[in-house]
Design a protein around this ligand. Structure first.
Ligand SMILES: [Zn+2]
Length: 265
């Protein structure tokens, strides 16, 4: 039986939507594993404690080092001294969350409850991003690679890389998954349609960025304002990061150039 239990991290906000999902996997022998740490909200901790009951929390696997996924690690370490914490290293960032991190690489096989999961290094949204693949049920814990109803932000100035992100989506697609369990939003039961939709959305954005450059818009801000017209100010910084990620991808493909923050084709 493979039934990950969704535990809400109770951290709603402009960048997290209704808040993060964490997933608990239990074994018959009383060992549990949590995927993503949340932020240490008391309600998350108490619902986790209730779900674990008499069992132990042995492993916490963190999909990536963004705050909403990793910041809860120290609080979990206090509440669950048996737990170890693992993620793919992100030098300079992991130290913000003061637990002894164990290192996961690509293709590692890890125990989670009664299941075995394979780690997939899937950078792009962040350099350290991992997804977790359960082959028998064709389920992937997808972290921040996919979120229904909103677009995934690529923070270029914080290690995001659009080219890598698209390659990571292609990698998920190639596994032919049946179900995606994202860190934000509802479960995805039609992965192929969603993943191909995401890839098409990025191709469309790229066309918009190219059109804006062609129209003489030369700064990240001007391009973002032309594409994301009417976006809430709280999200405009993230939108500019997305535009920058597209521009940097085009630059690496020699399809755009920049000089002192002025971009041209
Ligand atoms: Zn993230």
């Amino acid at each position: 039986m493979f039934e990950p239990l969704l535990l809400a991290a109770h951290n709603p906000g402009p960048m997290t939507g209704s808040g993060n999902n964490t997933y608990l996997l239990a074994s018959r022998g009383g060992s549990t594993t949590l995927i993503d740490a949340g932020v240490g909200e008391p309600q998350h901790l108490s619902e986790l404690a209730m779900a674990i009951g008499d069992a132990r929390l042995d492993f916490v696997f963190v999909t990536h080092g963004h705050r909403d996924h990793a910041a809860g690690a120290p609080a979990l370490a206090v509440a669950h001294p048996t737990a170890s914490f693992s993620k793919h290293p992100w030098p300079g960032e992991d130290a913000h969350y003061d637990v002894p991190w164990r290192s996961l690489g690509d293709g590692d096989m890890v125990r989670a409850g009664d299941a075995t999961l394979q780690t997939l290094h899937t950078p792009g949204h962040s350099p350290d991003h991992l997804a977790f693949w359960h082959e028998p049920t064709r389920t992937i814990f997808t972290g921040d690679l996919v979120t229904l109803g909103s677009s995934v932000m690529i923070h270029w100035s914080r290690g995001g890389d659009l080219g890598q992100y698209l390659a990571s989506l292609e990698r998920l697609l190639a596994l032919d998954p049946r179900r995606l369990l994202p860190a934000h939003g509802p479960t995805i039961d039609d992965p192929r349609a969603i993943l191909t939709g995401y890839l098409e959305h990025r191709r469309q954005r790229e066309r918009q960025v190219l059109d804006a450059l062609r129209a003489g818009r030369a700064t990240v801000q001007a391009i973002a304002e032309s594409i994301y017209d009417g976006l809430a100010p709280a999200l405009m910084t993230a939108a500019q990061e997305n535009v920058r990620a597209h521009l940097e991808k085009l630059k690496s493909e020699r399809r755009a150039a920049d000089e002192h923050g002025r971009w041209t084709l």
